[in-house]
Design a protein around this ligand. Sequence first.
Ligand code: BEZ
Ligand code: FE
Length: 299
Amino acid sequence: MLDDDTRDAQTKREDDLVDTVVASFAAAPDPRLREVMQSLTRHLHAFVRDVRLTEAEWNAGIAFLTDAGHITDDRRQEFILLSDVLGLSMQTVAINNEAHGDATEATVFGPFFVGDAPLIENGGDIAGDAPGEACWVEGSVRDTEGAPIPGARIEVWEADEDGFYDVQYSDDRVAGRAHLFSDEEGTFRFWGLTPTPYPIPDDGPVGRLLAAVGRSPMRASHLHFMVSAPGRRTLVTHIFVRGDELLASDSVFGVKESLIMDFDRQRAGATTPDGRDLGGAPWSRTRFDIVLAPSAEER
Ligand code: BEZ
Ligand code: FE
């Protein structure tokens, strides 16, 4: 046990170091960079002091970040994955997509968006050759005053029934993704796949971390959307499947109650909304009515 004088001396040493490091950023010409670095310093030092980090633990942390760097390339981004499983991505989404009227909630972007997905007509099929149960998705895009937004660009992407996005295969396929535009009434419709659950990539340091703490890498079943229109805040979100048992344990904390939708299972052979012949296979249908907030400049 340290006596009081020794403990006070130790606390002063630690406090002085924090102050010295904070002061080292005081002359940063960019005031925002100064604010971020000084706050980061205070919080990092507070964390190390709070848990009384050992040198072995500090080394393990450095080794973890080094492994994350080694597995990261232009197809695999382990640092974003780390941010996702720590809830940092969702916290950043929450801060940057403030509630505005009944605007649809945003959620995590994820690593599987591709910028040049094919254009489909309203009523077209985003699935391509991706295996899975067909799902009819329809809905509307409007503003927070209730006015329809025609011509909104709607990007959609999802995993196949085996839990893989097209970009996770090595054969350059394009499937389970497309973009379309809302029509004159601000409505849209397309065929996709009934979403199924899948694990985030867990064969690297983030997967080992989840295993070490007894957490599952599974994401709740979902379908990704990115919706943009002039004068509107771009919405990055997903819809989730009501009844999915993973809703409460999504590995990246992406689930919002308002984004859970009914996916109504249709019996094999049931007539489809557009008369499409599904060869007697069962299918599902859902509805997603999207509300876009004004962009920062329009508010
Ligand atoms: C996804 O939804 O595709 C995803 C999100 C975060 C991490 C990994 C995958
Ligand atoms: Fe996803």
